[in-house]
Design a protein around this ligand. Structure first.
Ligand SMILES: O=C(O)CCC(=O)C(=O)O
Ligand SMILES: [Fe+2]
Length: 624
């Protein structure tokens, strides 16, 4: 055995033979263990016979030196020592009289008795095969000491290839299997040596001393390196952290990581955990910086010129992209968070029966996007025709979901709906003022949108048919790439029908909203798509996405455009972990069905007439 110092290994301790470990020349108490085993056997009338395969110089860390060179001449053993290293062999020759050749042949030629007493095998490689061949050739040593690779797990059966040039070593389990098959029992181990005794001798002389001969009982100490995984994808090491036979090399945890650090995180964590807040800090800050503060339109308390600045910015942003991020709405963060939470538990966590309980005969389809792309949507809004069907406050059944759940669902969604309808009014006011500031001719058509509120007791929000839709996205079959490497969108490219849409969504990564870079593009195939992102959790001043819908686009003669947008699946296994479900609250802001519209062309019609035409156009486009 090449001397190696196992600093990382635990100090050897044995449960089976606690007091016998003792070194004269051996490394880990083997001398004492061999002495103890033979002391339990009956005295031998003739000198005992041992073989040491891999004897080195015959003394250094030797397991047989104390037998062959015993100070007590009556105890003197005979033996054959075998060493492949030329220099070591020369030293060995100086110590004992030399003999040459290969194992069974050497033993044969040197008349080593088939029932020799002891063999020590330590050749740093083919040890397993030497023992195997020895057994096969009919030798039956009473005691075998053999080296195994101490870094291999104790339940691993590893046998190195049968070649002198291979230096792997074999596992303890592999040796135990071989020895057991040949009628031997494991009676002890040291750090990397195993002791086997013939079954008969074990039964007669050692069974009282070594009760449990399992590997687990006899090999407490390992120099193995275990690998385990943290929930966030970090690989950790336990045990020996240095290469044992190449000790200048550490086993470096940083080099063993499979998941890049940028992607580490728990894939199943709720999207609103502290860790994600922390990780997304700088991204969230960037998003906040790009959001337009509309506080001057949401409160009466604002500085001179604030409204002008706000509407100019909003107009400019919507003119170029059709999408804007807004903040300063006065909406409370907790109202937004509660509503998202409610929607998430309804859409993703509750039993299917809960969602089914909201279905009416005329289950709403939004109508303007192909039915196959429809997510489950629960519509909350004021009485009035929705896109294709009538739909009004539809709540889950309390007997199916539970009183408390339904109560929280109703309150959180109701509060959000009312608050956001008011915000939508303010946003519309700002947009329309921004448009007319640039083109006063559009004042007339836009009057239909920003009506003066005559009845001060009537909340603004009731003057239209805005509908809140709860959209849920989950990883599923659409996350698979098609033959061309594309994944079909979850919501096909479309424009929204009404006046504006106000969106709030969580950071569920399985899907993302994208808008066409070019607001005037009508061709989904040839558009460049840009992600529309929001902060991971609504802050105390929450940020919303506002996008222009078709009616506003038409009434403003295209001054602000309804821009193509879609929701696409984020693939598994790409650069992002994307298993988290996504929840989106979409407030589709519409007008009263009977509201009169004067289009820029001068044509007059009701909102409902206009909407029917718009849907008919979309439906026939879909059929083509
Ligand atoms: O889920 C989203 O982010 C928006 C969905 C959408 O565009 C729609 O439902 O009209
Ligand atoms: Fe949309």
């Amino acid at each position: 055995m090449t001397p190696a110092v196992f600093e990382d290994a635990m100090v050897w301790s044995s449960t089976a033979a606690p007091n016998s470990a003792r070194n004269r020349t051996s490394q880990h108490g083997e001398d004492g263990i061999i002495g103890r085993i033979f002391s339990l056997f009956p005295q031998s009338p003739t000198p005992r016979f041992c073989v040491d395969v891999g004897a080195w110089d015959g003394k250094h860390l030797s397991n047989t030196y104390s037998l062959l060179c015993s100070e007590d001449p009556s105890m003197k053993w005979k033996g054959v020592l075998i060493e492949a290293d030329r220099e070591r062999f020369d030293e060995l020759r100086a110590l004992h009289s030399p003999i040459n050749s290969s194992l069974p042949k050497i033993l044969q030629r040197n008349s080593v008795p088939k029932d020799l007493d002891f063999i020590s095998i330590d050749v740093d490689g083919t040890d397993y095969w030497l023992l195997h061949d020895l057994f096969d050739a009919g030798w039956r040593p009473k005691v075998v000491l053999i080296e195994f690779n101490p870094t291999m797990p104790i339940d691993l059966v590893y046998i190195q290839p049968r070649s002198d040039r291979v230096r792997h070593g074999s596992s303890l389990s592999a040796l135990v299997e071989l020895a057991n098959k040949k009628g031997y029992t494991l009676v002890e181990t040291t750090l990397f040596n195993a002791f086997f005794v013939m079954n008969e001798l074990y039964e007669d002389h050692l069974a009282d001393e070594v009760h449990d001969t399992s590997i687990e009982a006899l090999h407490e100490v390992t120099t193995g390196t275990e690998l385990y995984q943290l929930y966030d994808g970090t690989v950790k090491l336990h045990g020996c952290k240095r290469m044992l036979w190449h000790r200048s090399y550490a086993i470096d945890e940083t080099k063993l990581q499979m998941v890049p650090s940028s992607e580490r995180g728990f894939p199943f964590a709720p999207s609103s955990n502290d860790e994600s807040i922390h990780q997304d800090d700088s991204r969230d800050e960037q998003i906040r910086a790009s959001a337009i503060n509309i506080a001057s339109y949401c409160t009466d308390d604002f500085e001179d010129g604030a409204r002008e600045k706000c509407r100019a910015k909003l107009y400019e942003t919507l003119m170029t992209s059709g999408f804007a991020l807004i903040r300063g709405t006065g909406m409370s963060g907790s109202t937004c968070r509660d509503c998202l939470r409610s929607a998430k538990s309804f859409l993703h966590e509750a039993d299917e029966a809960v969602r089914r309980s909201t279905l009416t005969k005329d289950r709403a389809r939004r109508g303007y996007s192909p039915i196959c792309t429809e997510n489950f949507a629960s519509l909350v809004g004021k009485k009035g025709p929705n896109d294709l069907v009538k739909k009004t406050n539809v709540w889950p059944d309390a007997t199916v979901w539970g009183e408390k759940e339904v109560e929280f669902f109703k309150t959180s969604i109701g509060d959000y709906y009312c608050g956001l309808c008011k915000v939508a009014e303010s946003v519309l006011q700002a947009i329309c003022e921004g448009i007319t500031a640039n083109d006063p001719k559009l004042k007339k058509p836009l009057e239909a949108i920003v009506k003066p509120c005559n009845d001060s007791n009537k909340p603004l929000s009731e003057s239209h048919t805005s509908i809140l839709t709860l959209l849920g996205y989950q990883p599923g079959t659409r996350h698979k790439r098609g033959s061309k490497g594309f994944m079909k969108p979850l919501v096909a490219a479309h424009t929204d029908v009404g006046v504006i849409t106000v969106l709030l969504f969580d950071s569920g990564e399985c899907a993302s909203l994208q808008r066409a870079e070019d607001a005037s593009s009508a061709d989904p195939e040839n558009s460049t798509w840009l992600d529309v992102d929001l902060p991971s959790i609504p802050a105390d001043d929450p940020i919303f996405v506002v996008n222009v819908a078709d009616c506003l686009s038409e009434l403003s003669a295209g001054a602000v455009r309804s821009t193509l947008h879609r929701v696409v699946p984020r693939p598994f296994g790409d650069s992002k972990i994307c298993r988290a479900v996504r929840t989106c609250l979409a407030l589709f802001v519409g007008l009263e069905p009977n509201d009169c519209l004067t289009l820029p062309s001068g044509e007059n019609m009701t909102y409902e007439e206009w909407r029917k035409k718009r849907i008919a156009k979309a439906t026939s486009a879909m059929k083509e």
